[in-house]
Design a protein around this ligand. Structure first.
Ligand SMILES: N[C@@H](CCC(=O)N[C@@H](CS)C(=O)NCC(=O)O)C(=O)O
Length: 199
């Protein structure tokens, strides 16, 4: 029997991995529907109905479709509140204050951590896969930007076990989705000195 939840896109994509990490943490069974980006399937009319910007991932369950990986994670935490890690998006009793403590780290992951880390991953991991030359100047520029973000992360993770406190929250899978590339491939050792950010 098919799983009721479908994630569209390749697991190689950090944004798809972000959603998969959230579903695994929430113990929600899901299936991955492959989207062959090399053939432009993410720009096809049928996929654009699910994700109007032509990007992976897209998400579908028995109730709705959702796009944008962090919005999908929020939806999963709300819709599947009673499943898996029930405190993933904050404990009910912590209310708006608890939610804000998590939201601020998810937002800063999307705004500050994601752009430079994705640029580095694109150059070091995806460009060679696509037969393109790695632009080391782009890597260097983004390493400098990322270093500032990681300094803040180091400081925060010196104060608490996870970003939003001592409980695991979606900020962690959001950032982990990106970290897996340098950790798996040890690319140029650029995370080696960042023990706190280790996978
Ligand atoms: N903000 C989007 C970004 C998704 C994204 O950048 N997806 C990439 C793969 S990791 C993609 O589909 N790129 C193809 C394109 O932009 O045409 C999200 O978090 O879902």
């Amino acid at each position: 029997m098919a799983a009721p939840v479908t994630v569209y896109g390749p697991m190689l994509s950090p944004a798809v991995a972000r959603v998969a990490a959230c579903l695994l943490e929430k113990d929600v069974p899901f299936q991955i529907e492959p989207v062959d980006m090399s053939k432009g399937e993410h720009k096809s009319p049928s996929f654009l109905k699910l994700q109007p910007f032509g990007q992976v991932p897209a998400f579908k369950d028995h109730l709705t479709t959702v796009f944008e990986s962090r919005a999908i994670c929020r939806y999963i935490c709300d819709q599947y509140a009673d499943s898996g890690n029930q405190a993933l998006f904050g404990k009910k009793e912590d209310g708006a204050v608890g939610r804000a403590a998590i939201e601020q780290w998810i937002e800063s992951e999307g705004q500050s951590f994601n752009p430079p880390s994705l640029a580095i991953i694109f150059q070091l991991a995806f460009a060679p896969m696509m037969g393109r030359t790695t632009d080391l100047a782009v890597v260097e520029q983004n390493e400098a930007k990322l270093a500032k973000v990681l300094d803040v992360y180091d400081q925060r993770l010196g104060e608490s076990q996870y970003f939003a406190g001592d409980d695991f929250s979606p900020g962690r899978p959001c950032a982990l989705a990106q970290c897996r590339f340098p950790c798996e491939q040890n690319q140029q050792g650029w995370l080696d000195h960042r023990e706190k950010e280790s996978c």
